[in-house]
Write a protein that binds this ligand. Sequence first.
Ligand code: 1PR
Length: 536
Amino acid sequence: FSEDSTVTLLDYGAGNVRSVRNAIRHLGFDVKYVNKPEDILNAKLLVFPGVGAFASAMHVLTDNGLAEALCTYIEKDRPFLGICLGLQLLFESSEENGPVKGLGLIPGVVGRFDSSNGLRVPHIGWNGVQLTKESGILHDIEGQHIYFVHSYRALPSDANRDWVSSTCNYGDTFIASISRGNVHAVQFHPEKSGEVGLALLRNFLCPSTKSKLKRLASGKASRLAKRVIACLDVRANDSGDLVVTKGDQYDVREHTDENEVRNLGKPVELAGQYYSDGADEVTFLNITGFRDFPLGDLPMLQVLRYTSENVFVPLAVGGGIRDFTDANGRYYSCLEVASEYFRSGADKISIGSDAVYAAETYLKTGVKTGQSSIEQISTVYGKQAVVVSIDPRRLYVKSPEEVEFKTVKLRSPGPHGEHYVWYQCTINGGREGRPIGAYELAKAVEELGAGEILLNCIDCDGQGQGFDIDLIRLITDAVSIPVIASSGAGAVEHFSEVFQKTSASAALAAGIFHRREVPILSVKKHLLENGIEVRS
Ligand code: 1PR
């Protein structure tokens, strides 16, 4: 690589900048990291993917003299691209755990989305933007959905009007990007916005090349799209190879004499396939993580590393996130486990069994200790990086008084003439039922700091009979964070049903995609025909 094809990445060690690095490398550029202020001042192209919390980022930047160098670099109009927090830090201050002073280059205060009127916060997913001026790098995203994930945003005003190059609408109209001369910053994530995002990065890195982006069909993005997520349940088969498997009501073994683990393909290949098929997100669930320690499970980390090199939409991973002591007595905190997943390329982690224990303890004591995996990981990486995966099972009762958990009235009687059902949370891949309902769990984990819920249903899993609409309504009504509906998709109509009848933000499916019964594009086409906005 020549010096001109080297991009300087400002990584102050707060989290995962791997995705940005991968996207830059994918475009043929080399990456070097900032170690000292001079590295900023000498950069030819500087990319700043801010991660973590505003206050801790400002601390690190100020303590190392990086803040001053950054201000000088930007004031000299050198080529700069800030991403997410890398945009927010340019403003005067943020309300995130604050007020906290920012770099003060752009007038305005970064505030939290107002969730009091039913808005789901964080703003997670693919949204459209309105360009407000010519910037030189944004033309390919006009009318397209791009990926956002944040709880705080800056608002346009007379004082910062000169800077604003696009806005986005979610609850209110906020600043999606700023541009002035060679200085750009975006609230969204180009490195996670598929081909459209890569085109933006290319426009920044080599302004002289003509856009290679084939214009996509619709180009009419106007609001937050409903997401279609492909899920890969992954585990080692009996010969020790990591395979994508799929259960029927969580039973992943073939009902043959050999009783082997159902093998539906290779994780990295399938993830790549779903990315090119149009999946808005890919989720890996390490389904034996509850008994096999994930940091001992290096193939899973390898799967993430390889996948994130070629898949430029968000990657979530779950399985085995908890405190752990190995056979040699070495203790690993849940934060170390999650950090390893993030370092390997995950954008979000998902917690199953450990979230149930955390919620049970919290409901019993009413005290947030700060020690649960949800609290620890969301404090360091932000709420939006913490998904709680719920594995509920239906339990039928004659009347709501029979249980202390929230019940739902059945539309048709249960197997023994019951009129109500409650959803019991389970752990260890459905093997153990716990004394807590999905409704109670969802509320508790939101309070503890979860940013999203992945809502499975053991009864519906692999059945292809549609999502459990009652359950999804119960949980979307319980929380104000986004809910991903999962389990039971068997036809395109099941996706429109879940979005028409519930306020789920995303629908996740596994079996129909693995068995190639329904391509992701057909799901999206069907949703568009039914007036449901999706990324096309
Ligand atoms: O408890 O933190 O170690 O996390 C374990 C994770 O692994 C949890 O998220 C749990 O849901 C998942 N898991 C554990 N055992 C199984 C299993 O199937 N035996 N898979 C399992 C859960 C459910 C969905 C599935 C949908 C859609 N899989 O993710 O993909 O139901 O399927 P469908 O479209 O084919 O109906 P921890």
